[in-house]
Unconditional design. Structure first.
Length: 60
């Protein structure tokens, strides 16, 4: 296993550790899945509203 390179400055290391932790949390939890599902729900809702509006215009 390769040696982990540590930052020279303590503040830089703390920032690096925080970034790594947030990446691990977002990659291995359900947060990305929840955001994806919410985006799909909103997209389907927008498309259905657009289709209804388009159909209403044609029937006039």
């Amino acid at each position: 296993m390769a040696a982990v390179r540590r930052c020279d400055d303590a503040a830089s290391q703390a920032l690096s550790d925080y970034a790594y932790l947030s990446m691990i949390i977002s990659a291995f939890t359900v947060i990305p899945a929840v955001l994806t599902i919410a985006g799909l729900v909103l997209a389907v809702r927008d498309v259905s509203r657009w289709r209804r509006a388009r159909t209403a215009e044609r029937s006039r």
